[in-house]
Design a binder for this molecule. Sequence first.
Ligand SMILES: CC(=O)SCCNC(=O)CCNC(=O)[C@H](O)C(C)(C)COP(=O)(O)OP(=O)(O)OC[C@H]1O[C@@H](n2cnc3c(N)ncnc32)[C@H](O)[C@@H]1OP(=O)(O)O
Ligand SMILES: O=C([O-])CC(=O)C(=O)O
Length: 384
Amino acid sequence: MSDELKRGLEGVLVAESDLSYVDGEVGKLVYRGYDIEDLARGASYEEVLYLLWYGSLPTREELDAFAAELAAERTVDDGVLDVVRALADADERPMAALRTATSMLSAYDPDAGDDPDEEVTETSLRQGRRITAKIPTILAAFERARQGAEPIAPDPDLSHAGNFLYMLTGTEPDAVSEETFDMALTLHADHGLNASTFTAMVIGSTMADVYSGVTGGIGALSGSLHGGANQDVMEVLYEVDESEKDPVEWVKDARAAGRRIPGFGHRVYKVKDPRARILEEKLRDLAESSGNTKWLDYTTAIEQYLTDQGLLEKGIAPNVDFYSGSVYDSMGIPVDMYTPIFAMSRAGGWIAHVVEYQEDNRLIRPRARYTGPVDAEFVPIDER
Ligand SMILES: CC(=O)SCCNC(=O)CCNC(=O)[C@H](O)C(C)(C)COP(=O)(O)OP(=O)(O)OC[C@H]1O[C@@H](n2cnc3c(N)ncnc32)[C@H](O)[C@@H]1OP(=O)(O)O
Ligand SMILES: O=C([O-])CC(=O)C(=O)O
């Protein structure tokens, strides 16, 4: 047994996976062999889900059947919606509200893992389909409850992306918004053993159900070092704007004050994240067509300054979170919904990893090097 300590589990291999591969040296990401560029531009989120869950890209018939199955699961029970309203009234943060509501979904699952003859993979995929279909409904209902509005019922004829935007706003999205949002979902669907996926896997490795794994994944994703960074980036952009400073002056001052710049740096990528490249291009298109280039100008100025300061040479480059917020902002989505949107997509990856791991399961249980005393003398409470 090795006693070498790997802080943050850096570089430690804990499993084999066919799901996604991240080459951090060249900035390449593939899902089951397919380059993220091709999937982002050519495949819908539903196709990507199918690929991750079932192992191959679907035929048209397979996709239609799968999309219909997902769409049929979108409705969320009133018991959960009541809690969603209560959470909105209590001013809960959206990621915490999503965590609570997702956990609660299992109470309304008509057959949550109680068939002893069903293979674990079947149970996990069935539950996974339900969770993935219902997360957008929960999030849209939460956002509307915050605005004092009633939830909008899902429309089974719309895509996963289009239906979410419809439930959020009450209007069917135009083709550009739907495609942009669908692309964002595809880009965020999976990414090796990132912290939230690993969290879901650890939970799955105890043979706990997928509701538990996804709930844990949401908790892990919410932090500012992980998915929470997309909101932080947008808040930085607002801060720059309010400061009325030039973005370069702002970032100089922030670095001088010892601040980390959210949306930069990654455990695996030592070059620009390929997803950031795609989102930057998308932001450029949106900015050019709307004529509002403010966020594009700020982000590119900050990126250029940090690059000139040698951050890139140290392997600290823009990650996916650096550009996603500006894209969502240009679609009018509130800033604290950005990380929940990440969760909406990543649920697919969490479920795929739990299912894959449970097929050849071994309990995940590492060790810590103990550094405390071993011979402390116990003193009863009244004598301390
Ligand atoms: C979807 C995602 O989860 S992508 C990541 C989203 N998170 C963020 O964008 C938050 C900002 N980034 C970070 O905090 C980090 O880069 C992380 C957490 C993503 C990766 O962290 P780690 O792999 O543990 O790297 P670590 O924190 O050890 O940093 C290594 C060095 O890079 C520096 N560094 C890392 N990120 C940044 C940053 N955003 N700005 C400035 N310096 C940075 C650190 O200060 C450290 O420098 P040092 O060695 O001189 O002390
Ligand atoms: O891989 C990681 O550590 C973080 C990340 O980019 C993701 O989860 O998408």
